[in-house]
Design a protein around this ligand. Structure first.
Ligand code: BG6
Length: 490
């Protein structure tokens, strides 16, 4: 058995973490632009910066998040450093970067369109032609090398203007604005882009409501409302995409993890069941087209009301997704015993699993968990899956222009091995595999540059110093062989 011939090997990035050019050619500010750097290994969290009605400037942690003061307007402040403003400067290096992807043999490139580059205020009547032209150039460059663009429509990049005027996704006007933005880009790029995803890691609304929904609040009602609006927006966009061009496929995207109970005590198992419900809820609605009973009951118990309008049920039903995109970095472990020691994970925490090692940032490394995760999702929804993020964030050392990242190769090798088992032995329908940050990007969680995932090293440090020169790591050549052999040689 071998992998399908059309398996989409590639890599992934997000606009705000990779592009830079944060105000170039008419782009507006997005939520990722108003977050400072942090230091993940020393526990210094990233902060969102804002201005108060009296002109005073303030800032607050994005994780853990708390309600921002009343009438706050998100803004940048001259004394702060915002790592995404320049990021890896793909805006000016896209030709070189896509050539490197082509050299590795990429079949696809997952990237996001930055909404505020197209509509600087999020809901402008006329799109910014210069922004549209930039993505035209990027897609043309990809297609030149037969690289299929895979586009996320919103990857932690809600326009700041919508946040400051409406509170973003808490307001139904954000749904209309998003659908309009998607209509502009889908009509424009329909012959260049076939694969789309609506919201990156939509389940991050639970813990990172600023990133996922541009929310200035962290209460359960606000998060439920914003999530509801994203579901409606996603369903409308799926339907619209099929009308614009039936060839286009639109997926959802979730941060997924295999979760284990720490013991076989029924209370730990119950905890696991609840934990899985939190995760599956987002897929349940987007794949099945309606809210699951366990969620409705929970809302009822907690006095949460959904802002349902007439016709919404039909919208959800008619807009179920074509595939599920998932990020998988680590598994997690749960226990009913709240005193258990925890470690960090992808925007979350987990109880320490005694059987697993952790990365330098404390994330549990679990390749077998990837096979379990793929099986869980495929059995439950019977939809094609797409691993659109996976990888090891690690510190790289450059010696004479070389980076010997054996640890990264090891991590990816083990994950690809389990991914192949899921396809070949378990029959999971997997569209492709795009490791995260294929060319080094700014970390979303910590804002660091030294937390690198790439096959290509970008010469830049955490304070923004460096030449921006690109260097091929050992993993670059290794991944090239993996793709060349369609996964036979790992
Ligand atoms: C996912 C996000 O959460 O994980 C990416 O979709 C992010 O934006 C990636 O960069 C890795 O997380 P981090 O915190 O190491 O950048």
């Amino acid at each position: 058995m071998s992998l399908p011939k059309d398996f989409l090997w590639g890599g992934a990035t997000a606009a705000h973490q990779f592009e830079g050019g944060y105000l170039e050619d008419g782009k507006g500010l997005c939520s990722g632009d108003v977050v400072t750097s942090g230091d993940g290994r020393n526990g210094i969290q990233r902060r969102v910066t804002y201005t108060l009605p009296d002109g005073e400037y303030g800032s607050q942690f994005v994780f853990p998040y708390q309600d921002l003061p009343q009438d706050t307007k998100l803004s940048c402040h001259e004394d702060e450093f915002y790592p995404t403003h320049e990021a890896s400067d793909f805006y000016h290096h896209y030709k070189e970067d896509i050539a490197l992807m082509a050299e590795m043999g990429f079949k696809c490139y997952r990237m996001s369109i930055n909404w505020a580059r197209i509509l600087p205020h999020g809901d402008d009547e006329i799109p910014n032609e210069k922004g549209l032209e930039f993505y035209d150039r990027v897609f043309d460059e990809c297609l030149k090398y037969h690289i299929e663009p895979v586009v996320t429509l919103l990857h932690f990049e809600t326009p700041v203007s919508l946040i400051n005027r409406y509170g973003a996704w808490i307001d139904r006007r954000c749904v209309d604005a998003f659908v309009k933005y998607c209509e502009f880009v889908m009509k424009r790029y329909q012959h260049k882009v076939k694969y789309w995803m609506t919201f990156n890691e939509i389940n991050n609304m639970e813990i990172l409501p600023l990133y996922a929904g541009g929310l200035l609040k962290n209460d359960d009602q606000s998060k439920a409302t914003a999530t509801y609006h994203q579901f409606i927006a996603s369903a409308k966009v799926v339907k619209m995409a099929h009308e614009i061009n039936p060839e286009m496929k639109v997926g959802m995207m979730i941060a997924y993890t295999a979760a284990y109970a720490l013991t076989c005590h029924p209370r730990d198992e119950l905890k696991l069941m609840k934990d899985n419900q939190i995760r599956h809820f987002y897929c349940d609605v987007q794949c099945r087209g309606h809210y699951p009973q366990y969620k409705l009951k929970e809302y009822q118990r907690n006095g949460i009301h959904l802002p349902v309008l007439e016709g919404d049920q039909q919208i959800l039903k008619e807009g179920t997704v074509d595939y599920i995109g998932l990020s998988y970095y680590s598994s997690s472990c749960v226990s009913d015993d709240e005193k258990q020691e925890t470690t960090s994970g992808n925007m979350t925490t987990s109880i320490i699993n005694p059987y697993l090692k952790t990365s330098e940032w404390g994330w549990l490394v679990d390749p077998v968990g990837l096979r379990i995760a793929l099986n869980q999702l495929y059995e439950r929804y019977e939809l094609p899956l797409f691993i659109v993020e996976n990888g090891l964030g690690a510190i790289d050392h450059m010696e004479n222009g070389q980076i010997h990242d054996t640890y990264r190769i090891e991590y990816l090798k083990e994950h690809i091995y389990e991914m192949k088992k899921a396809i070949e032995e378990d029959g999971v329908d997997l569209m492709g595999y795009t490791p995260w940050g294929c060319i080094d990007v700014i970390s979303a969680g910590t804002g660091e540059m030294r937390k690198r995932y790439g096959f290509v090293y970008v010469d830049k440090d955490d304070s923004g110093n460096g030449t921006m020169k690109r260097y091929k790591k050992d993993s670059f050549y290794w991944y090239q062989k993996v793709i060349q052999s369609n996964g036979e040689e790992i």
